[in-house]
Design a protein around this ligand. Structure first.
Ligand code: GDP
Ligand code: MN
Length: 381
C-alpha cells in the first residue's frame, strides 16, 4: 500500500524529521485559507500516487493566497498519468539550496534493508541508479541492531554533506529508519531532502510503501488507504482478493499461482510481447473470481490480447472455464483470447470453452506465441 506524500510526511514528522508547515486541501478555497494561515509563498502539490508530479505540472508555486487559489483550482482539475487529482498539499514554500536523496528499501540479495543517499537528489533516483550508480552511497542495516550512528555519518561523508548539517542528518536518517521499521514499510524515501538557503535540512517530499501483508498489525495505517485515489482496477482486484499489478504492455495475463504468473510474463517477453499485468487468481478460484479478474484485465484499453494460463491443481479447469464464459457474457469484447488449460478437469474445461471462440494452446510456449501474434493482429480470429 502506497501512502500519499502528506501521509508519509506526517509519519516522518512523528519520527523527528523536519517537514514544511502545511495541510491538505480538497478545494481551491480551502487551499486559499491554508495559504492565508501560512502567510507568504506556498507550494501547491497534487496528491497522486505516482512519481514525477513536478515534471507533469502537478507542483506549482504561489506568491499569495489568491494565486494559491488559482493554482490549486488548476491542479485539482488535472489528471496525472491517468489519475485524477482529488487533493492538494499546501506547504510553506522552501528556498532550496541543495537537493539530496535519502531512502530505505529492502535489498533482497543482501537480505537486509539498505539505506541510500545521494547528492543528486530531486530527480528520478532510478535514473541516477542506472546511469551514474557511483553517485549513490549505500549502507546495509542489520535489522537487529538498527541503523548505527557511524553508518549515518558514513552516508553524510559519502555525499559530501557540509559538516554543520551532520547532526541533523543523523537524526533524520535515524528517524527514517525507525519509520521504516516500526511501520513495516518496504520503502521510505525523502526525495528531495533539501538544504534551505538559511541552512536547514527539510524533507520536502515523502514516500512510503507499506507491506500489505503486515497491515493487519497497523489498523491505523490501513485506514489511511484512500480508495478514490487508487487506480480503480487495483481497488476492484483487492475486493476480490486477487493479486494484481498493472503493467504497461498489451497482453493481459490470467494465471493461477504467483510463480506461474511470473513464468508467463517471462515467456511473453521471450516471444517479443509485453505483459499488461501480473495477475494471480490464487488456488481454488471460483468462477465469480475469474469473471472479476477478466473484467479487470479488459478494463485496460492497452490490452490487445488475453492469455489464460491455468494449471489445474486445487483450481479446477472447468470452474475457470465457466468463469471465463460468465465474464464473456457480461463484458462484450473483441479482444482475442488464448487459453492454455492443463490439470484437473482440463478436458471438461476445454469443452466448455469450445464454443467460446477462443484460441486454444497445448503448451505455454505455444500459448505465449499465439498471444503475441494475436495482440499484433489486434482483432478476434
Ligand atoms: P515529485 O516530482 O512527485 O517527486 O515531487 P517533489 O515533491 O519531489 O517535487 C518536485 C520538485 O519540485 C522538487 O525537487 C523541487 O525542485 C520542487 N519543489 C517542491 N517543493 C518546493 C518548494 O517548496 N520550493 C521550491 N522552490 N521548489 C519546490
Ligand atoms: Mn520527489
Amino acid at each position: 500500500m502506497k501512502l500519499q506524500e502528506y501521509q508519509s510526511k506526517q509519519i516522518f514528522s512523528k519520527y523527528g524529521i523536519p517537514i514544511p508547515k502545511g495541510r491538505v486541501a480538497a478545494t481551491a478555497n480551502e487551499a486559499k485559507h491554508i495559504a492565508e494561515e501560512l502567510g507568504g509563498r506556498v507550494v501547491i502539490k497534487s496528491q497522486v500516487l505516482v512519481g514525477g508530479r513536478g515534471k507533469a505540472g502537478g507542483i506549482l508555486l504561489a506568491k499569495n493566497p489568491q494565486q494559491a487559489e488559482q493554482v490549486a483550482a488548476q491542479i485539482l482539475a488535472m489528471e496525472i498519468k491517468g489519475l485524477p487529482v482529488r487533493k492538494v498539499l499546501v506547504d510553506e514554500a522552501a528556498d532550496i539550496e541543495t537537493e539530496i536523496y535519502l531512502g530505505i528499501t529492502n535489498d533482497r540479495a543482501a537480505r537486509k534493508p539498505v539505506m541510500m543517499a545521494s547528492a543528486a537528489g530531486g530527480i528520478d533516483i532510478e535514473k541516477v541508479a542506472s546511469e551514474t550508480p557511483e553517485k549513490i552511497v549505500k549502507v546495509h542495516i542489520d535489522p537487529l541492531l538498527g541503523l548505527r550512528d557511524y553508518q549515518a555519518r558514513d552516508l553524510a561523508a559519502g555525499i559530501d554533506l557540509p559538516r554543520d548539517q551532520w547532526r541533523t542528518f543523523e537524526q533524520i536518517a535515524r528517524g527514517l529508519w525507525q519509520a521504516y521499521n516500526d511501520n513495516d514499510a518496504t520503502l521510505s524515501e525523502i526525495n528531495p531532502l533539501v538544504i534551505t538557503s538559511d541552512h536547514h535540512l527539510v524533507a520536502l517530499d515523502g514516500k512510503m510503501v507499506l507491506d500489505d501483508n503486515a497491515l493487519f498489525r497497523h489498523p491505523d495505517l490501513a485506514e489511511m488507504r484512500d480508495l478514490d485515489i487508487e487506480a480503480e482496477a487495483e481497488v476492484e482486484a483487492r475486493r476480490h482478493d486477487l493479486s494484481f499489478i498493472k503493467l504497461d504492455g498489451q497482453i493481459g495475463c490470467m494465471v493461477n499461482g504467483a510463480g506461474l504468473a511470473m513464468a508467463t510474463m517471462d515467456i511473453i517477453k521471450h516471444f517479443g510481447g509485453e505483459p499488461a499485468n501480473f495477475l494471480d487468481i490464487g488456488g481454488g478460484a471460483s468462477s465469480e473470481k475469474v469473471a472479476a479478474a477478466l473484467r479487470i484485465i479488459l478494463s485496460d484499453s492497452n490490452v490487445k490480447a488475453v492469455l489464460f494460463n491455468i494449471f489445474g491443481g486445487i483450481t479446477r479447469c472447468d470452474e475457470v472455464a465457466r468463469g471465463i464464459v460468465t465474464a464473456l457474457g457480461e463484458v462484450k469484447t473483441r479482444v482475442p483470447m488464448v487459453v492454455r488449460l492443463v490439470g484437473t478437469n482440463a478436458e471438461e474445461g476445454r469443452q466448455i470453452l469450445a464454443n467460446a471462440n477462443m484460441i486454444t494452446a497445448k503448451t505455454l510456449a505455444d500459448a505465449a506465441q499465439k498471444a503475441v501474434v494475436a495482440s499484433r493482429r489486434g482483432s478476434s480470429l
